[in-house]
Design a protein around this ligand. Structure first.
Ligand SMILES: [Zn+2]
Length: 741
């Protein structure tokens, strides 16, 4: 309470200083603001920056990551209460919504090699020297993959690289079959849940995933606690549900997991794995890999362990036994609203999750404390008479780690209200030092780029845009004249907003200068974060400035700052990509079929190896992309016209209600109620997580995946669906243009 009253006095003082120093400076424009409103907004943002205090981030992280706080743990509830209390003290309307969700935790974990030698895996992460938090193992969930089924399997082992579909194609050529076997896959290369999914499709009966030191261990740098990289015992926990089909609670697919919701039996839940899966350290993988024989793994599959990487199968034979407590646990969402002063029924939503696999200092607390500081500063501004025009909703999500559950259930429960009120969703998750990484809706790219020009990198003292551009240039990529948003795949809480409900979204964070191997291990602690991550929280503060501006500008804009030329150009690029993809696949297939038929493949095979001749593949037909290209032509014309009209400027005092209603619903026009092929939960037809990549994005997903997966019959249908979506989108811009005329 004391801090608050001091800050308000300080704020009043600051306002005076800023007003007097900026009186003579050049007027700056901001998208969506009239000249007068832009000046007020700039003053407000400068005050916002002055009020951001990195020491708060430090203090709150220290408390919130002090103990393991996974879903359903006592400390997760403490973290929730701590935040709710803070938001209340700052003056927010706070509710804690709880959902009842299925959250399996391990009961039995046994992995032993029974041939050719005996070895029992330790499956443990011992405390690290100098890191007291890492010794709290009794409270922590041991390493496991959440939503693996129970299982007791014994079989020969096969090494499958990253376990991607392309890895199995390679194995097939090498004559190695995984049917009836247990596969050993490396972490990385895809989202982890893809590995057991593909393994099961190929007939494997069990799946082990380990972290090779080549990827995030000693090959990259010193290991914890000497350095930030993964030591020999570190294990990445994590969910393995079929996330690209649908995230959220597995017993209530597509609707909210409220206490009275109808639940499907666990046995019918489509997104559980089909085979048991367990993550292990390389300490435990080493004896297994050493015991493998059979062909050598392809050169680019080999890791950094001191051994020849053989594929198997066998003679290593392992026994894997897994049993879980299939309990219902509460997922708590903390929802803190600051009602808008003039447009309370238009919401800007800002979120980050609070649950962790263990202590989660980096993931998710580093992003969450940033969000909390934004909320605190916003409340100080609002209480001094600068309340946001639209309602700002701060959300701390529960149960993100097992499958974006808290956010998905909240969106599914409040879908009708969100359809009416949501303008945009701004997400963060773990963050660290380095450059700004941002993905999002391309209709907000120009708007976001303006923000990256006015927030400075705390160390290099140039704009975060300039710094990011330097990274592109140094890595031989084209220069960025504006901030180029990445396309959103999945892996954090924006998915239900963006890909399910069609709400314009961002995902923001800093990184690139502080890599490590702590992700989802016992060693993602406050002690680790202070030594190897954003130790002084300077970049956390910079993120608060970027995300804070994004929220405040969207909240205060007179005309919502959407724009369509960036979007159109982006979709144009995606269209060129899918056309090229079809051409490349056609040429490749023709070439490979020829090599099979003319015997070249057989002539190169080593007679000592178990080479198997690949099968001739169906030729790739020609597809009709013209509906898509025609829709794009129409879109380009409307987007250009909007640009021309909006250039006339925003007029003070003019009523833009009708225009804003159209703009607010633009992103939703890109969704279709039937959803993507085979996964109706995902309704966005421009961006989706890849069905076989997991987190990695697939743009124009219906078309792209039909080509990639050689489902040629559905390609033209998907082209027509995207064309229809773009036509509707053009129609909406036309409506906006009429209102602007
Ligand atoms: Zn996270």
């Amino acid at each position: 309470m004391k801090i608050k009253s001091i800050s308000i006095v300080f704020l009043a003082f600051l306002f005076c200083c800023i007003l007097s120093t900026t009186a003579n400076s050049q007027p700056q424009s901001i998208m969506g603001f009239s000249p007068e409103a832009a000046q007020n907004q700039i003053t407000l943002e400068k005050t916002f920056d002055q009020l951001v205090r990195p020491e708060h981030l430090d203090e709150w992280m220290k408390y919130m990551s002090a103990r393991p706080h996974h879903v359903g743990s006592p400390y997760d509830k403490k973290v929730v209460d701590f935040m709710a209390e803070k938001f209340k003290n700052w003056g927010y309307e706070v509710t804690v919504e709880s959902f009842q969700i299925l959250f399996p935790t391990p009961k039995v974990r046994l992995l032993e090699m029974i041939q050719p030698t005996a070895y029992t895996a330790s499956l443990a992460e011992p405390p690290a020297e100098g890191d007291a938090s890492s010794a709290l193992t009794a409270e922590a969930l041991p390493p496991y993959n959440c939503f693996s089924i129970d299982g007791d399997v014994t079989a020969e082992l096969v090494f499958v690289n990253y376990g991607l579909p392309s890895d199995y194609e390679e194995l097939e050529k090498l004559g190695v079959d995984v049917k009836g076997k247990i596969v050993l896959a490396k972490y990385q290369g895809s989202w982890r849940g893809i590995k057991p999914k593909v393994a099961a499709e190929k007939g494997a009966i069990g799946c082990l995933i380990y972290s090779d030191p080549g990827d995030d261990g000693y090959f990259q740098g010193d290991v914890y606690p000497e350095g930030p990289f993964k030591n020999e015992y570190g294990v990445q926990r994590g969910a393995v549900m079929d996330l690209p089909s649908s995230p959220g609670d597995v017993l209530t697919p597509g609707y909210g997991a409220t206490s009275d919701a109808k639940r499907i039996p666990k046995e019918e839940a489509p997104s559980l794995t089909k085979i048991p899966v367990l993550p292990i350290s390389y300490h435990d993988a080493l004896p297994l890999l050493k015991a493998l024989q059979g062909p050598m793994a392809p050169t680019n599959w080999r890791g950094a362990l001191p051994l020849p990487y053989h594929l198997g199968p066998g003679p290593a034979k392992v026994h894997l036994q897994l049993e879980f407590n299939w309990d219902m646990k509460p997922a708590y969402d903390v929802i803190a609203k600051w009602p808008g002063s003039t447009l309370p029924d238009e919401w800007i939503i800002r979120g980050n999750h609070h649950d962790a696999w263990v202590h989660g200092a980096a993931d998710p607390i580093s992003g969450l404390v940033t969000l909390m500081e934004e909320a605190r500063v916003l409340s100080e501004l609002a209480k001094s008479g600068y309340a946001p025009r639209r309602t700002v909703v701060f959300c701390a999500w529960g149960a993100e780690e097992p499958g974006l559950i808290g956010s998905t259930e909240w969106v599914e429960t409040h879908e009708d209200e969100l359809k009416k009120k949501a303008v945009a969703y701004i997400n963060t998750d773990g963050t660290s030092r380095g450059y700004l990484f941002a993905g999002g809706s391309h209709s907000l790219e120009k708007f976001f780029s303006e923000i990256t020009e006015v927030v400075d990198d705390p160390v290099k003292k140039v704009s975060v845009l300039k710094r990011r551009n330097a990274v592109e240039l140094v890595n031989n990529r084209p220069s960025w004249s504006y901030y180029q948003l990445g396309a959103l795949g999945s892996g954090s809480d924006y998915s239900p907003f963006f890909q399910h409900s069609g709400i314009a979204a961002f995902n923001l964070g800093f990184g690139g200068e502080s890599s490590g191997g702590e992700y989802h291990t016992m060693y993602d602690t406050y002690e680790m974060y202070k030594r190897f991550k954003d130790f002084d929280f300077a970049y956390g503060a910079a993120l608060a400035k970027v995300a804070g501006r994004t929220t405040l500008r969207l909240a205060n804009a007179e005309i919502l700052p959407f724009e369509f030329q960036h979007f159109t150009e982006t979709v144009d690029t995606y269209t060129e990509e899918v056309i090229k993809l079809a051409e490349t696949l056609r040429a490749q297939t023709m070439k490979e079929n020829k090599l099979i038929e003319d015997g070249s493949y057989l002539l190169t095979a080593d007679p000592s190896e178990t080479f198997v001749l690949p099968k001739v593949k169906e030729a790739v037909p020609y597809f009709d992309f013209s509906p898509l290209e025609n829709a794009l032509t129409q879109l380009k014309a409307q987007a250009a016209k909007f640009d021309e009209l909006i250039k006339k400027g925003v007029k003070t005092g003019q009523n833009y209600t009708a225009l804003n209603q159209v703009l607010k619903d633009m992103e939703r026009t890109l969704t279709r109620s039937e959803g993507l092929p085979g996964r109706p939960w995902f309704k966005h037809f421009i961006y989706a997580p890849g069905f076989y990549t997991g987190y990695g994005v697939k743009t124009l997903p219906g078309i792209r995946e039909a080509i990639e997966q050689r489902e040629y019959k559905s390609v033209n249908t998907q082209i027509e669906k995207v064309a229809e979506v773009l036509q509707l989108y053009s129609g909406k811009i036309e409506q906006a243009n009429k209102l602007l005329e």
